[in-house]
Write a protein that binds this ligand. Structure first.
Ligand SMILES: Nc1ncnc2c1ncn2[C@@H]1O[C@H](COP(=O)(O)OP(=O)(O)OP(=O)(O)O)[C@@H](O)[C@H]1O
Length: 303
């Protein structure tokens, strides 16, 4: 196993308003980790630290085991960074000029790959950088980052501003990059569809606190909503692994569906169906944003 990114006990304070951490994360080669969080949770702050654009108050960040403050240039040729908002080349005037510059800068630049990506993202060579829309800037940044097949991609909101077709191209191209076998991705996303499709691991960030990493597949298997018949108080009281009880109809939200189903069977109660929770719901429970371990009836919800 080779650790590509590690954050150890990272803390950062901005005035009195925002405190990040302590955050500790490690990402191994070959995996995709998604940072999922509310606005202002600290996701971009973590990316900027990896790019040596920002220093943590405490803790250490390592890329390929190296300190980004000491080996900045070497590290940056091995990373593809799509920032949010996208950073546009300061001197190039057109898309073509920017590509020429990057082709010189990155040792692993693939000219044919770049042409193919530009075609897929419908990026005109002659388009003026100043006049690109937000979505076109994102297409450009993704094309650049994928054209030299970096060992590590840092994608901060890669789909923000992309139209649905460009989004699909992005999903396919990220899939292709990973299938080639040498890629690793740390990404921040508000798009749960993309997290569901791409991520191996999920970290929830909320108000500067990190929860996880969790294996995405395990989250989707472990968190269930189970529909059952109305249960008397004494049966409810003994339910194992219950996060929330909802009434009319009776539903149990649990992170231990096996135990709940076994208990209901033992009490002779019927299970009508069960369904995996959406990642945003799981995030609500794990971060304490959604009130857990309570009984919620229609009357309560109306009140
Ligand atoms: N230079 C700065 N000075 C002061 N506060 C800052 C600065 N940069 C970021 N912040 C604050 O730090 C917090 C975390 O910001 P960050 O951009 O990391 O969040 P984020 O999770 O990427 O948010 P979003 O999902 O909205 O992009 C926010 O409250 C933001 O206002």
């Amino acid at each position: 196993m080779e650790t590509m990114v590690s954050y150890r006990n990272i803390e950062k304070q901005y005035g009195g308003d925002f405190a990040l951490g302590p955050v500790s994360l490690e990402l191994e080669r070959g995996y995709i980790m998604a940072l999922v969080g509310s606005n202002g949770a600290g996701k971009s702050t973590l990316f900027q630290m990896a790019m040596n654009m920002l220093k943590p108050d405490r803790g250490e960040v390592r890329l390929f085991g190296q300190d980004p403050a000491l080996q900045e240039k070497e590290i940056k040729t091995r990373i593809g960074y799509v920032a949010d908002p996208v950073l546009i080349h300061p001197y190039a005037r057109t898309v073509g000029e920017a590509m020429d510059f990057y082709a010189e800068w990155y040792p692993g630049w693939g000219a044919a790959l770049c042409r193919n990506l530009m075609e897929r993202f419908e990026l005109p060579v002659s388009a003026k950088l100043r006049k690109l829309s937000t979505g076109m800037k994102r297409r450009l940044a993704l094309t650049v980052a994928l054209s030299y097949r970096p060992e590590l991609l840092l994608l901060d909101e890669p789909s923000s501003g992309l139209d649905p077709l460009a989004w699909l191209v992005m999903i396919e191209e990220i899939g292709r990059y990973m299938e080639e076998g040498a890629g690793t991705i740390l990404m921040a996303s508000h798009n749960m569809d993309e997290v569901r499709r791409l991520a191996d691991y999920v970290v929830f960030l909320d108000r500067g606190r990190a929860y996880g990493p969790f294996e995405k597949d395990a989250l989707l298997t472990d968190w269930k909503r189970i529909w059952t018949e109305e249960l008397p108080e004494e049966v409810c009281a003994g339910l194992p692994g219950t996060v929330l009880l909802e009434e009319e109809p009776m539903r149990i939200v649990t992170d231990d569906p096996g135990a709940v189903q076994a208990y209901l069977a033992q009490k002779g109660r019927q299970v009508f169906r069960s369904q995996a929770l959406e990642l945003e719901e799981i995030m609500g429970f794990l971060t304490g944003r959604t009130e857990a371990a309570s009984r919620r009836s229609k009357e309560e919800k109306r009140a």
